[in-house]
Design a protein around this ligand. Sequence first.
Ligand SMILES: *[C@@H]1O[C@H](CO)[C@@H](O)[C@H](O)[C@H]1NC(C)=O
Ligand SMILES: *[C@@H]1O[C@H](CO)[C@@H](O)[C@H](O)[C@H]1NC(C)=O
Ligand SMILES: *[C@@H]1O[C@H](CO)[C@@H](O)[C@H](O)[C@H]1NC(C)=O
Ligand SMILES: *[C@@H]1O[C@H](CO)[C@@H](O)[C@H](O)[C@H]1NC(C)=O
Ligand SMILES: *[C@@H]1O[C@H](CO)[C@@H](O)[C@H](O)[C@H]1NC(C)=O
Length: 241
Amino acid sequence: MKLLVLILFPLLFLFFAALTSGQSTGAAAPAPPGPTNLTAILEKAGRFTIFIRLLQSTKVADQIYTQLNNSNQGLTVFAPTDGSFSGLKSGTLNSFSDEQKTELIQFHVLPSYFSPSQFDTASNPLRTQAGGSEELFPLNVTASSTGNQVNITTGETNATVANTVYTDGQLAVYEVDQVLLPRRFFVPLPPPPPPLKPAQSPESSPGFGAPVVDSSSDANRLYKEALRAMACAVFVLASFT
Ligand SMILES: *[C@@H]1O[C@H](CO)[C@@H](O)[C@H](O)[C@H]1NC(C)=O
Ligand SMILES: *[C@@H]1O[C@H](CO)[C@@H](O)[C@H](O)[C@H]1NC(C)=O
Ligand SMILES: *[C@@H]1O[C@H](CO)[C@@H](O)[C@H](O)[C@H]1NC(C)=O
Ligand SMILES: *[C@@H]1O[C@H](CO)[C@@H](O)[C@H](O)[C@H]1NC(C)=O
Ligand SMILES: *[C@@H]1O[C@H](CO)[C@@H](O)[C@H](O)[C@H]1NC(C)=O
């Protein structure tokens, strides 16, 4: 028993020594290189709980993480505070489908980096991450030349940038005082052009022996209609003789 303790004790001592030295070198090492973590930035700032929850549930957070790693374009994020979410008309968020929630969050992200003063020269409307490569979810940003004041309008929401939360030349995160609602969630796009008028069927053609043939571009059908018309004419003529 004594022997066991004599052997075990130094072993345990070595084990703990290794553990603590490992910890201390780990703490001294610089942060692991890698893409910036938007979620961590927002968590640190506080006051963005709902936006973070939506970033995660819609998987837009993962998308942003990958984009920051794989592109040099940078990103700009407009982060609405918990207060601005509670400012929404009640039931607004719940009225959106899962797809719309994803679009809503992507609508708050611009696919390039903007410093506050760069908004002054940005050409509106700006494309957001929503709607893929198509410009279906535009928003306008206007800024004073100093970038001191930045306004955003979606046609549905007018918002103001209240604060710069984070900026590193790659990622810019701005606090906004309103949830930016896409116009097209409320005003549908103009309807697509109506489908071509269907060709009139011979059964519904008016009159006897006068099928409407000019509504069909099908040569084969034209030919058949002509035959039919001829047959009818012969029949009419025959009934008179
Ligand atoms: C980013 O940070 C959040 C919060 O600290 C963490 O939960 C998440 O795992 C991090 N994401 C990545 C990809 O490291
Ligand atoms: C970042 O991108 C590189 C290649 O561009 C890839 O090898 C690496 O796994 C990516 N890292 C993360 C954390 O996604
Ligand atoms: C932003 O909006 C406010 C209030 O509507 C207005 O007074 C101000 O001139 C606007 N600023 C810019 C830079 O558009
Ligand atoms: C955004 O700006 C463009 C170009 O100036 C303008 O045509 C459009 O009406 C603006 N949209 C809104 C919602 O202000
Ligand atoms: C946004 O601002 C424009 C111009 O200042 C105004 O015409 C419009 O009514 C405002 N919209 C909302 C939803 O406040």
